[in-house]
Design a protein around this ligand. Structure first.
Ligand SMILES: NC(=O)c1ccc[n+]([C@@H]2O[C@H](COP(=O)([O-])OP(=O)(O)OC[C@H]3O[C@@H](n4cnc5c(N)ncnc54)[C@H](OP(=O)(O)O)[C@@H]3O)[C@@H](O)[C@H]2O)c1
Length: 288
């Protein structure tokens, strides 16, 4: 099975094997990642199609909706295939107006783990990311107390693997002194490469670097170079942006989001696109 995983399998130090091409479920909630989806049947169809296409790594959180996305995942896919890895994250909650409110107190983090378990219909969560920063890694605030709270739940058997999101190199080092970190999820794409050093550190330590907003998120990637390479290799710009990320490092994993089955198929197919060296060189220069 694992050799058929889109993008190939990535086996991490803790024994976790992810498909390098995953799926990010955030966009399945309503506008602003708030409330129900525009098209519920389509949202369920996207999740089922992802699994049918071999994706075994779905990124989610209870704060998408809130709760909406986890409930869609449960409805579409439970009972889950044994090798499907649901990666969730804790560290925020939503206001009644849809605002994003940091929620990082140890007791709140533990409550969020319980909520993810309940809404996904699981007894153990495969991977839980401590989401520290709102977007890219910008501050070095201590994360030890928060990460220790999740490490405690891992010891109790409620979580198998731990990760971090929106962190700096120093925060990664601090967390690693407490428990193994199998994945780091930060904003990273062709045009946003502030975290190049983190990508390289993850590769050196066999940690999955999950690039969020791989297609630019709410601000779609736009680049003449990207369009030019896409035309030359006979792929869409989105496929080229994803293929570039897969080739950027051996431990990048992708979680492109979409609410469209057609876009999902296109994105998963990008796992088979091998960009030639001259195209990589051109694309590398986009953010220079
Ligand atoms: N840790 C964090 O703080 C954090 C923050 C943000 C996101 N995330 C995670 O990262 C995942 C990815 O982020 P994202 O979904 O916001 O951004 P993204 O993957 O960069 O882009 C998604 C956007 O691109 C469009 N799109 C997708 N495939 C396309 C295609 N083949 N052609 C044209 N347009 C396409 C989607 O629209 P359609 O629906 O129309 O396809 C959607 O608007 C999320 O799902 C979430 O799981 C994590």
């Amino acid at each position: 099975m694992s050799e058929n995983l889109p993008g190939g399998p990535l086996t991490l130090a803790d024994g976790l094997t992810l498909s390098r091409m995953g799926y990010g479920a955030m966009q399945l909630a309503g506008p602003g990642v708030f409330g129900p989806p525009r098209d519920r049947d389509q949202a369920l169809a996207v999740l089922r199609e992802a699994v049918d296409l071999g994706v075994r790594h779905i990124d989610t959180s209870d704060f998408y909706g809130p709760v909406v996305v986890n409930e869609l995942i449960r409805e579409a896919l439970h009972p889950y295939p044994e090798d499907l890895h649901l990666v969730t994250k804790v560290g925020a909650r939503r206001g009644d107006d849809g605002s994003w409110i940091p929620s990082l107190e140890p007791a709140a983090l533990k409550a969020q783990v319980q909520e993810n378990l309940r809404h996904l219909g699981l007894e153990v969560l495969d991977v839980v990311n401590l989401r520290v920063g709102m977007s890219e890694s910008t501050t070095d605030a201590p994360v030890g107390e928060q990460f220790a709270a999740l490490a405690e739940l891992r010891q109790q058997g409620l979580i198998r693997h731990l990760g971090l999101s929106g962190v700096t190199l120093n925060q990664l080092t601090e967390a690693q002194a407490i428990a193994p970190v199998v994945t780091v999820q930060n904003l990273y794409n062709l045009a946003n490469r502030q975290d190049d050093a983190l990508v390289d550190r993850c590769a050196a330590e066999n940690i999955a670097f999950a690039a969020f907003f791989p297609l630019g998120g709410f601000t779609p990637l736009q680049s003449d170079t990207l369009d030019g390479v896409a035309a030359r290799v006979g792929a869409s710009p989105q496929q080229v942006a994803l293929a570039w990320l897969l080739q950027r490092s051996p431990t990048t994993v992708l979680i492109p989001g979409t609410s469209s089955v057609a876009h999902l198929r296109e994105n998963v197919a990008a796992a088979d696109l091998k960009l030639p060296a001259d195209a990589i060189e051109e694309l590398d220069a986009v953010a220079a």
